[in-house]
Design a protein around this ligand. Structure first.
Ligand SMILES: *[C@@H]1O[C@H](CO)[C@@H](O)[C@H](O)[C@H]1NC(C)=O
Ligand SMILES: *[C@@H]1O[C@H](CO)[C@@H](O)[C@H](O)[C@H]1NC(C)=O
Ligand SMILES: *[C@@H]1O[C@H](CO)[C@@H](O)[C@H](O)[C@H]1NC(C)=O
Ligand SMILES: *[C@@H]1O[C@H](CO)[C@@H](O)[C@H](O)[C@H]1NC(C)=O
Length: 457
């Protein structure tokens, strides 16, 4: 298979030995080596090459200073060299089943550091190069002129007017906060969704620690009139699995009893973060991540509007994420819905009710004041604790099932999916932006809980 072949060739190139498996790690001579299959960066191709074999894409990129990343047509030996990375232009990083995306793994030139690679803005350099950028002169694209110019970028982080956090709340319940626009003008609003719950067990088929998906980041600019009142919902992290191995009624943690958590207990989905007017006009939403399960990490909150499906080995147990503001797909057919998790809520509503108390409960939507929902009975903090257990996070997260069951989906503009049975992690919620200059990053929140920053422009 071509895909495997590509991988092997690259491994050989990095280590001059075909058995160098460590190339998938970031701390080795291959540098920042992480291929994204069925993904591509669109709109930044400065050269398309027909090459004898896929190995040459990496070589071609290596010898071209402007090359920041490339798209490789899988099975076709064609490469597209990009003059941007997906970090610089997250909105242009799209799924494409015919291609594979790879950032230049070594010796990539920083955006704006040479005249051949001018940046469009200081903000773009920050996005491209991350936290390490310093305030100095950079090469910038000069409008109306056929050349790049050096311009000073002030990289000192702008201080937000206000930074909304969970205010110390955790779990299912939180508060809807308010922002009153102080004066008519343009505001930049950035929102981050919350992470799903963690599952950690030391026995069974897949002992180990599995992490909830990270929440998405979504931002945009908005023209707002003085005294407009905005509702601010800050997503809270989904609950971890807590049910004690073998089952017993206790508020103590499994670890305090010297026991493991049940191998197949579910976890809660993370809550989404939302900004909307008191007339329910949605400005911004950032999806929460899905809860982890035995063997699978939860899915990240998505930059796009749709939630993702749950993930697991058993395809018949997978349920889809919501689209167009809807919650995750219904999973409560009483004939088949054994040990289902709770789906993430969407902007327009919550999913279907659980079949019984052992299952995870659907996350609550706007009409339910965004409350996250309960976990399956034995995973609710009374068979291992402390309460509330594997609940969905405030912001529409779905709860995790008890032992043998699936984890909850993340809340968001569209809710994350949640499937059936064990080893089924929750899907990530979708995001939304009705403003200008919108952009988003899938899994862009490095914190557990969500937050919302508002800047005056
Ligand atoms: C990057 O590539 C795009 C797409 O081909 C092109 O329009 C743009 O001018 C290039 N920018 C630089 C700085 O080379
Ligand atoms: C850079 O921006 C910060 C925050 O906006 C400001 O306080 C500072 O004075 C600026 N520095 C320069 C050199 O312009
Ligand atoms: C806003 O709050 C979050 C959560 O506490 C924090 O991670 C973030 O850095 C804060 N933003 C600023 C600009 O301080
Ligand atoms: C998935 O299924 C394969 C084939 O049955 C099995 O080998 C693998 O261990 C399973 N993984 C998980 C995490 O369930």
């Amino acid at each position: 298979m071509k895909l495997i072949q590509f991988f092997t060739i690259v491994l050989c190139l990095c280590h001059q030995s075909p058995i160098a498996f460590t190339c998938t790690q970031n701390d080795d001579p291959c540098g920042d080596f992480q291929p994204f299959y069925e993904m591509a960066l669109k709109g930044h191709v400065f050269q398309t090459l027909k090459v004898p074999s896929s190995l040459y894409c990496l070589e071609a990129c290596k010898h071209e200073a402007r090359c920041q990343s490339f798209n490789h047509f899988m099975g076709k030996d064609i490469c597209e060299l990009n003059n941007r990375t997906k970090e610089a232009r997250p909105e242009d990083f799209i799924s494409d089943v015919t291609k594979l995306y790879l950032k230049k793994p070594k010796n990539r030139v920083a955006l704006g550091s040479i005249p051949e690679l001018p940046a469009a803005s200081c903000e773009e350099i920050k996005m491209s190069e991350g936290q390490v950028v310093t305030s100095k002169k950079y090469w910038m694209i000069c409008i109306n002129q056929d050349m790049a110019v050096l311009a000073y970028c002030n990289m000192t982080t702008e201080v937000p007017l206000i930074n909304f956090t969970t205010k110390g709340y955790t779990g299912r319940y939180g508060i809807i906060q308010r922002f009153i626009v102080p004066k008519t003008g343009v505001y930049l609003i950035k929102a981050w969704g919350a992470r799903g719950g963690t599952h950690s067990t030391n026995y069974g088929d897949y002992p180990g620690t599995y992490y909830g998906g990270r929440g998405a980041m979504k931002q945009g600019t908005f023209s707002l009139n003085v005294e407009t009142v905005l509702n601010i919902v800050v997503g809270q992290r989904g609950g971890d699995s807590v049910e004690v191995k073998g089952g017993q009624s206790t508020n103590l943690r499994a670890a305090q009893l010297g026991l493991s958590v049940e191998d197949n207990a579910g976890t809660g989905g993370g809550g989404g973060s939302f900004v909307y007017t008191t007339n329910d006009e949605l400005l911004l939403a950032a999806g929460g991540g899905g809860g982890a399960s035995n063997g699978y990490n939860g899915v990240e909150g998505q930059a796009g509007t749709s939630g993702t499906s749950s993930v697991g080995n058993d395809s018949s147990a997978i349920y889809g994420g919501g689209t167009g503001g809807q919650p995750g797909q219904c999973n409560n057919n009483p004939e088949t819905a054994d040990y289902h998790g709770g789906v993430g809520a969407g902007w327009l509503g919550e999913g279907c009710a659980r079949v019984g108390p052992e299952h995870g409960e659907r996350g609550g939507s706007r009409a339910q004041n965004w409350v996250g929902r309960r976990a399956g009975g034995m995973n609710s903090g009374y068979n291992g604790g402390p309460p509330p257990g594997a609940v969905g996070g405030f912001g529409g997260g779905g709860g995790g099932s008890e032992d043998n069951g699936a984890s909850g989906g993340g809340g968001g503009y569209s809710g994350g999916g949640s499937g059936l049975w064990d080893s089924q992690a929750g899907g990530g919620g979708g995001s939304y932006c009705s403003g200008s200059s919108c952009l988003g990053i899938t899994g862009g929140n490095m914190n557990d809980h969500g937050f919302v920053e508002i800047f005056e422009l």
